[in-house]
Design a protein around this ligand. Structure first.
Ligand code: NAD
Ligand code: UDX
Length: 465
């Protein structure tokens, strides 16, 4: 089937950018992105394209070009489902916060709602594509919901997990390492797979488009994220040992990364990984392993999370310890709140946990992030439910000038690796801080010798400087 009409349910960090690229690369396809969240859709449709709800380098230009031509954002979910030949489900699949599997399993209620809505609306055959990250064998549940309406409509379900990373989403989508499409091995399944292959083939070389069975595709996504997160936890584990032994984790990472079997990527020691995916997907993997009775497999992967939690806590504890064992009433300046640079996404950001620890120690925190606003910072802290909202508001102050944030501070902590932090006038920052002036570089991005020459006491992750 030649695809000319696509609908995507979920206008988030995946749905928005992915569909913008499909629209740009496939002018013959009408792409409609729908969401229940009217505020989000209004932001996608904002006259000023800089106000789209997701910050990603290059995205607003893409949306500006395609919007209104063959890319549409709408809250009319039923209409878009009805008109589409192919429906991508790109809704959130957070960790369950209730019931069986609480704190581990993926919450699939949004997925099921989508499946039920598609089942009730569809009047002709459709291809349904799982774009969200899902537990292996979810397609079975979706199929069962879709095929039991008795209205004679047939569905093919494909798994097409997304591998983009935030901050580089546009680039990752334009030049993916691979596109993965899982489908049924029947002739109808193969036809559906081919329809989706043809969409991607508009810009992705065919040899990079992998096709597999549905279960391999679903499980490959969880596996990829688990492996990536494991690399970060592995290097972070070594960072603590480096601090004790006088080794430098950056040098260790370079030395091992030059081994072509290990490779240089994803070996940056840090305050700990964040983001909406790594922790959620590993917990999900752990839950699935446990549900099959594979306890050793589950224990193996859970260690990646334990190490990451330790790294965040250790960073915060070191600030307290270094500041003479008390931060009560002291001002700590945070540069960065997003979970990584070049995104406005703060989900599971290390900054949230470090600040929570320091607020318990009665610190006064001032925050600057180029893309994150006060409302989001407070919402992130409130979500932890560690203390009443008004206490969070009292303890944390978000400003839009980094120099004001650092003024009068006892310490500056780097929580996100935004490039601009390297370029700041560090002499000016030093002059306006309490002395001794401490810097805790949670991303190892600053020029330590230069800062030390100014007079700062600098502590990086994984070295004794
Ligand atoms: P998100 O929270 O940014 O967006 C999901 C959107 O779906 C929300 O706007 C929500 O309102 C909407 N939604 C939920 N239920 C709906 C329904 N029934 N009808 C219409 N809209 C509905 O999430 P995201 O970051 O885009 O992630 C989506 C999926 O992609 C998740 O499964 C995630 O694991 C996966 N993923 C995310 C990334 C990433 O970098 N964020 C990368 C790869 C895969
Ligand atoms: C990740 C996967 O990379 C992507 O393929 C998947 O589709 C979604 O999940 P994302 O979470 O957006 O992407 O960003 P990523 O670049 O993977 O970084 C995740 C976290 O790990 C960030 O907090 C980042 O700062 C941290 N990280 C990454 C490190 O601390 N060190 C590294 O070397 C790499």
């Amino acid at each position: 089937m030649k695809i000319t009409n696509i609908c995507c349910i979920g206008a988030g960090y995946v749905g928005g950018p992915t569909m913008a690229i499909i629209a740009q690369k496939c002018p013959h396809i009408k792409v409609t992105v729908v969401d229940l969240n009217a505020e989000r859709i209004a932001a996608w449709n904002d006259e000023n394209v800089e106000n789209i709800p997701i910050y990603e380098p290059g995205l607003s230009e893409l949306v500006g070009e395609a919007r209104g031509r063959n890319l549409f954002f709408s809250t009319e979910v039923d209409k878009a489902i009805d008109e589409a030949q192919m429906i991508f489900i790109s809704v959130n699949t957070p960790t369950k916060t209730y019931g069986l599997g609480k704190g581990m399993a993926a919450d699939l209620k949004y997925i099921e709602l989508c499946a039920r809505q598609i089942a009730s609306i569809a009047k002709n055959d459709k291809i349904v594509v799982e774009k969200s990250t899902l537990p292996v064998r979810t397609a079975e549940a979706i199929k069962s919901i879709l095929e039991n309406t008795g209205n004679g409509v047939h569905f093919q379900i494909l798994s097409n997990p997304e591998f983009l990373a935030e901050g580089t989403a546009v680039q990752d989508l334009l030049q993916p390492d691979r596109v993965l499409i899982g489908g049924e091995t029947s002739p109808e399944g193969e036809q559906a797979i081919n329809s989706l292959v043809e969409v991607y083939a508009n810009w992705v070389p065919k040899e990079r488009i992998l096709t597999t069975n549905v279960w391999s595709s679903e499980l490959s996504k969880l596996t990829a994220n688990a492996f990536l997160a494991q690399r970060v936890s592995s290097i972070n584990a070594m960072s603590e040992l480096c601090e004790k032994t006088g080794a430098d984790v950056n040098e260790v990472a370079r030395a091992i990364g030059m081994d072509s079997r290990i490779g240089p990527k994803f070996l940056k020691s840090s305050v700990g990984f964040g983001g909406s995916c790594f922790q959620k997907d590993i917990l999900n993997l752990v839950y699935i392993a446990k549900s099959y009775g594979l306890h050793e497999v589950a224990d193996y992967w859970v260690q990646v999370i334990i190490m990451n939690d330790h790294q965040k806590r250790r960073f915060a504890a070191n600030i307290v310890q270094t500041l003479y064992n008390t931060v009560s009433g002291k001002k700590i300046a945070f540069l960065g709140w997003a979970f990584k640079k070049d995104t406005n996404d703060t989900r599971e950001s290390a900054a949230i946990y470090v600040s929570d620890y320091l607020l318990n120690e009665q610190a006064n925190i001032a925050v600057f992030d180029p893309q994150v606003k006060e409302k989001q910072v407070l919402a992130d802290l409130d979500y932890l439910q560690s203390r009443p909202s008004d206490l969070n508001k009292k303890g944390i102050n978000v400003m839009d000038d980094p120099y004001e944030v650092c003024k009068g501070a006892h310490a500056v902590a780097i929580l996100t690796e935004w490039d601009e932090f390297r370029e700041y006038d560090w002499q000016k920052i030093y002059d306006n801080m309490q002395k001794p002036a401490f810097v805790f570089d949670g991303r190892n991005i600053l020029d330590t010798p230069k800062l030390t020459a100014i007079g700062f006491i600098v502590q990086s992750v994984g070295s004794t400087n």
